[in-house]
Every structure is written in structure tokens, then in C-alpha cells.
Design a protein around this ligand. Structure first.
Ligand code: NAP
Length: 277
């Protein structure tokens, strides 16, 4: 095998990345491999060293290690440092460099779907790592105002300390301004296998959503997005973000790699079928 890549996380049963990257490698006929490293590690530093010794050149990192890997990096790019989470590692002579391609993935997903947070009142549901990536994108794109609504108020407050905006929990929903919102749903509520679950948002509030991106890609769409579509609201699933963050990771690992639109389309369609199978 020419070059080895993979995803590090635990558990990894839900991850589409091994299939997606293997299909790109197949069409590019580049001899590279991409494996799932499902490692329950209490010694992440040793696990990273072992993967490097095994010849792994680049990694995607997912739950629960997106923040835990940071102490073992030689450096981070600007967005990863501000978001405080990395999902892509590249091994260099100095050690691992960390990147956050969730940011690039979400930004490109918005462009692809003709959505623009600029000048909008952005409401982010959730305050975890994905919410921080969404806050970064919203603020950088020039949103008018930022509202963070989370089950745990302290985490919403922490996001607001780093990105600005106002924090809320579900006990003070009625104090949110009576306006329309551009929404990022970044919680794991409604994700497979709990696909009937929905955040406790009143209908009156849903009616004020002008567009919504749900970062969940399994199922597609979530029950939350279905409810909004029924109201004629523009909705976008997390699938395009997933595809775009994967492409962004590849261009970090191999800046010279060229993937034709035809291959991109084939892999996209195959991933849609695979994720629904
Ligand atoms: P995380 O850091 O663990 O954050 C999870 C968030 O969900 C927290 O805000 C948490 O609230 C909230 N939450 C969980 N259960 C809840 C419940 N029962 N009621 C209300 N809120 C609840 O996870 P993450 O990394 O941000 O990921 C979140 C989601 O984004 C996942 O579904 C993930 O698959 C998706 N994601 C998608 C992409 C993509 O490429 N499409 C990329 C990254 C992430 P508390 O703070 O109160 O616990």
C-alpha cells in the first residue's frame, strides 16, 4: 500500500469516512488506504505514536478525541485553535499538525446550497464542538447577531465568551427575541438510532425559522428538518458538510491531489446510497 490514512475515534460504527475515502482512492487508483482506527484509549499520545510508526500519514479525528488530541500536536491552524477542536491531523517532521475541516466543510456546504448567514440573526442549537464550528462560520461570514441555545447553559455561555452572542437554555426560551432565525442544529438529538427525538421547541418558534442546517447526516433528513420542510422552510442536511469536510481533509494531506467533478459526483452518489443502506 502506498500511503495510509484513517479515522481515529470510539466508537466508529456510525462513520461514513472509511467508505467515502476508500471510494475516492479506488477511483483515483492511487494505491492509498483509509482505515477505521476504533481505539478506546486512555493513552492517546501512545496511540498516535503507534499509528505514526505503522505508517499512517494523516488522520481524521472524531468523538471523543477532537479536543483530547490537542496537547499532542506540534501546532494547529487558525480555525482549529479558535474553535478549540481538531478533526484532521497531518504528520510532518515537527509532529502532528491539527486542522478543523468541519469549518471548511460547513462553509462549503452553505455555498453549495445557496445559504448565507451574513446579515442574519443566527440561532445555534447546541454548544458542543460542532456548535463552535458553526459559531466560527456564522461570525466570520458576518451574521447580524448570534444566539446559542443549549440544554446546559454553562456550555452556551462558554461559546458566547469565545464568539460573542447571547446564551439561553430551554427554561428561558421565551426571552429569545421575537424575530426570524437562520438556524444551525448542532446537537446529536434525532440522530440514528433515536430518530424520533426532537428538541423541545414550540411550534410558534419553528414558524420563525427562515432556513435551517441540521449537521446530522443519519438520518437524512432528521425529524426536525422534516417538520421545517412541511412549513416551507429551506432545509439542508449534514451530508454536504460531511462530504466537503472529507474533501478538505484530503487537500490538506495531499495538496497536489486533483479529484474530477465526475469522481466527486460518483462518490457523492455512492455515499448517499451507502448511508441509506
Ligand atoms: P458534542 O460536542 O458531544 O455536543 C453535543 C451537543 O448536543 C451538546 O450541545 C449537548 O448538550 C447536545 N445534546 C445531546 N443530547 C441532548 C439532549 N437529549 N437534549 C438536548 N441537547 C442535547 O458533539 P458534536 O461533536 O458537537 O456533534 C454534534 C452533532 O453534530 C453530532 O450529531 C455529529 O454527528 C454532528 N456533526 C456532523 C458533522 C458533519 O460533517 N455533518 C460534523 C461534526 C459533527 P449539552 O451541552 O447540554 O450536553
Amino acid at each position: 500500500m502506498k500511503d495510509k490514512y484513517g479515522i481515529l475515534g470510539y466508537p466508529l460504527g456510525h462513520s461514513l469516512s472509511p467508505y467515502m475515502h476508500s471510494r475516492y482512492n479506488f477511483y483515483l487508483n492511487n494505491g492509498s488506504g483509509y482505515d477505521a482506527y476504533e481505539i478506546a484509549s486512555d493513552d492517546l499520545e501512545s496511540s498516535l505514536k503507534e499509528l505514526h510508526t505503522a505508517g499512517v500519514k494523516g488522520l481524521n479525528v472524531t468523538i471523543p478525541y477532537k479536543q483530547a488530541v490537542i496537547p499532542y500536536l506540534s501546532s494547529m491552524d487558525e480555525s482549529a485553535a479558535i474553535v478549540g477542536a481538531v478533526n484532521t491531523l497531518k504528520y510532518t517532521a515537527e509532529g502532528y499538525i491539527g486542522y478543523n475541516t468541519d469549518v471548511t466543510g460547513l462553509r462549503n456546504c452553505l455555498i453549495k446550497n445557496g445559504l448565507e448567514p451574513k446579515g442574519r440573526n443566527v440561532l445555534i442549537l447546541g454548544a458542543g464542538g460542532a456548535a463552535r464550528a458553526a459559531a466560527y462560520v456564522a461570525v466570520r461570514s458576518g451574521c447580524k447577531s448570534l444566539y446559542i441555545l443549549n440544554r446546559t447553559l454553562e456550555k452556551a455561555e462558554a461559546v458566547c465568551r469565545d464568539f460573542g452572542g447571547s446564551s439561553y437554555d430551554y427554561s428561558c426560551l421565551n426571552t429569545l427575541p421575537d424575530t426570524s432565525f437562520f438556524v444551525f442544529q448542532t446537537t446529536s438529538v434525532g440522530m440514528y438510532p433515536h430518530i424520533e427525538d426532537m428538541l423541545p421547541l414550540p411550534d410558534e418558534m419553528l414558524n420563525r425559522f427562515e432556513a435551517a442546517v441540521d449537521l446530522i447526516y443519519n438520518p437524512m433528513p432528521t425529524r426536525f428538518l422534516e417538520k421545517l420542510s412541511q412549513r416551507g422552510i429551506k432545509t439542508v442536511t449534514g451530508f454536504d458538510m460531511l462530504i466537503e469536510q472529507g474533501l478538505a481533509s484530503r487537500s490538506i494531506w495531499n495538496p497536489e491531489e486533483k479529484i474530477s467533478d465526475d469522481i466527486k459526483r460518483k462518490v457523492y452518489d455512492e455515499c448517499v446510497r451507502y448511508s441509506r443502506s
